[in-house]
Design a protein around this ligand. Structure first.
Ligand code: F6R
Length: 605
């Protein structure tokens, strides 16, 4: 999704902006651009293509110590040089970069055109640029001009604006699209993602929706939309540039899959209490009495986060015996949900910025719901909006497809389920069993990663299938859904996930030798039922790749993973499917880390 970088200080802005834009490449984009203020004039370059293309287009003498940069992911208008940001007014006085969507852009464009304004691009952002350029002539401060222009805007935005008449000043504003300020030594940065800042500073400040900030080399001021100054407390991010390097791996995705023994260990660190066999989750901000009072748990998230929420709902029901279910946040927010006081709501997000999930949390809060967040990005919008929660501590995910955040979320749910269960009826003995199971996970993930060569061979064998079916029962079902999701998003092989028991109610008609099935078959109380399903597939000449705890004759190929406690098995069963999707995508020559049409963090509706 689009990215923003801004710099003001003593140094040349262009190299800093280009480096920042490179750090944002992982989010997905189709064009890039930057503008710097030099004396009292603006210099601007923008191109369709990569940040490296932009770097080539920027001449050596592109001087200016204050500037803004952007990577664009097309929404209004095709990817092109002219639609790329920044957008400038006809006098080349104001430059604007923008993330988000201006919903009333068409109406504003018509109004401006009727007043004689000529547009160069098809974008919504150019509308905002013209509005700001008009307002700067009517006021003596850039932030006031931006504030006036934003009053006409309906929609979401994260923006950065410079005015050639005010060198040394940048105005940024946020509404639904993240903006974070970075505080340096006599220099200031801003970006849509800390990834662009950590090379220069770890001291950051997040803007809230409706906030605006004025940056100068010697510091910053933040304001509400009606110009009241706000007080902000900077905090230190603990991610550094090392987290954003590929660590010698061919792809970030493989690096992130391989990191899981460590990331799961980090999610668990300091959270297991061996005396009472409970989980220590101080961030929940709930005492035992309150924890006991919930009669239902509702989990919301999008995409893979939602599938990990399904694993979470099953863990909570099984261990704590509280009715729990997961729902896509994007559906939940639009269906006017009934919000109950004795329901615990849990929002999941790796980025902490997914717009649908954030909007669902805001809807819940507005109706008085109690919302916990299971979030990876410290200080992100969803984390700030929730009443409490757990951080994953998985480190940043750079590859678009989620892997380590998925497993860390499932592990966090195991901790939350243990916590909810041990204030209810789960016995100390069962508590101990789960604690010991959790501790075994990093070592067992290590063992699964050693199956890489076998899984690669299998992926190469199956990758050329036009379509694949993924099936699992109960605990295996969310694993199947996540397996199908990984395969389709990075290899573009069509994949469908079904509960194994549902096959005979329809999709069995699809089974033939060209549509292999990946079957998730844990060694649990449903093993026999799953083996019967394999027999049914086999009888229709379907090929079967089984992921389980022992080999089965009915399957053509088996990947055998270590067994843990039954409730925790889904976490381990997911990992071979990540490797399978990765190797299938490589075998098909896909752009593994940047799959087509997708963005890392979906900050639009
Ligand atoms: C899939 C994937 C997406 C995200 C979803 C939610 O690999 O990455 O489905 O899981 O967009 O993103 P977050 O967790 O950042 O809210």
């Amino acid at each position: 999704m689009c990215g923003i970088v801004a710099y003001v200080g003593p140094k040349d802005a262009a190299p800093i902006l280009l480096e920042g834009l490179q750090r944002l490449e992982y989010r997905g984009y189709d064009s890039a651009g930057l503008a710097v203020v030099n004396g009292k004039s603006l210099k601007m370059r923008k191109v369709k293509g990569r940040v490296s293309d932009l770097a080539e287009a920027v001449p050596a003498r592109f001087k200016g110590t204050c500037g803004i940069g952007h990577t664009r992911w097309a929404t209004h208008g095709v990817p092109s040089d002219v639609n790329a940001h920044p957008h400038l007014d006809p006098e080349h006085r104001v430059a604007v970069v923008h993330n988000g969507i201006i919903e009333n852009a068409d109406a504003l464009r018509q109004r401006l055109e009727a007043e004689g304004v000529t547009f160069e691009s098809e974008t919504d952002t150019e509308v905002l640029c013209h509005l700001i350029a008009r307002a700067v002539k009517e006021t003596d401060s850039l932030d006031d001009a931006v504030r006036r222009a934003l009053k006409s805007i309906v929609g979401t935005y994260g923006i950065a604006v410079v005015d050639a008449q005010r060198p040394g000043e940048i105005v940024v504003a946020r509404n639904g699209s993240p903006i974070v300020l970075g505080i340096g030594e006599k220099e200031m940065f801003a970006a849509s993602d800390v990834a662009a800042l950590v090379r220069y500073t770890r001291q950051v400040v997040h803007l809230e929706d409706g906030e605006l900030a004025v940056l100068r080399a010697d510091g910053f001021h933040t304001f509400t939309s009606d110009a009241r100054e706000t007080a902000k407390e900077p905090f230190t991010v603990d991610w550094d540039t090392g987290h954003y390097d590929n660590g010698g791996y061919e792809h970030y995705l493989l690096k992130e899959i391989s990191e899981q023994p460590d990331t799961v260990a980090r999610t668990l660190r300091g959270r297991i209490d061996d005396r009472f066999h409970i989980a220590h989750l101080g961030g929940l901000n709930m005492d035992a009495r309150e924890t006991r009072s919930f009669r239902r748990v509702k989990i919301i998230g999008c995409g893979s986060a939602y599938y990990s929420g399904q694993i979470g709902a099953q863990l909570i029901e099984e261990l704590a015996r509280i009715p729990a279910d997961a729902e896509p946040a994007s559906e939940f927010r639009y269906r006017n949900p009934v919000v109950e006081p004795d329901t615990l709501y849990v929002a999941i997000s790796q980025s902490g910025e997914t717009y649908d999930t954030l909007a669902a949390v805001q809807e819940l809060k507005r109706k008085g719901g109690r919302v916990l967040g299971i979030v990876n990005t410290v200080g992100s919008a969803i984390a700030r909006e929730c009443d409490g929660g757990l951080y994953l501590h998985a480190g940043p995910e750079v590859s678009v497809a989620s892997t380590k955040a998925f497993t860390s979320t499932a592990v966090s749910f195991a901790l939350l389920a243990l916590h909810l269960a041990r204030v209810r009826d789960l016995s100390p003995a069962d508590g101990r069993r789960i604690c010991e199971g959790l501790r075994r996970l990093p070592e067992q993930i290590e063992q699964i990663l050693k199956l890489d060569e076998q899984i690669k061979t299998l992926a190469e064998k199956y990758a050329h299938s036009p379509s694949m079916m993924f099936v699992g029962r109960v605990r295996g079902y969310p694993v199947a859904r996540e397996g199908a999701q990984k395969l389709k998003e990075i290899s573009y092989v069509h994949a469908e996930a079904y509960p194994a028991s549902e096959l005979k109610h329809g999709p069995l008609a699809l089974i033939n030798p060209d549509m292999p099935t990946v079957a998730i078959v844990p060694d649990d109380e449903l093993l026999d039922k799953n083996l019967t399903t394999l027999g049914e597939i086999r009888a229709r000449s379907g090929r079967i790749l089984m992921i389980g705890h022992r080999a089965a004759d009915a399957a053509d190929d088996c990947v055998v993973v270590p067994k843990n406690e039954t409730e925790l098995d889904p976490i381990l069963l997911t990992i071979p499917l990540q490797l399978f999707a990765y190797h299938a995508a490589v075998a098909l020559g896909r752009d593994v880390d940047r799959p087509r049409n997708l963005a890392k963090s979906v900050t639009v509706e």
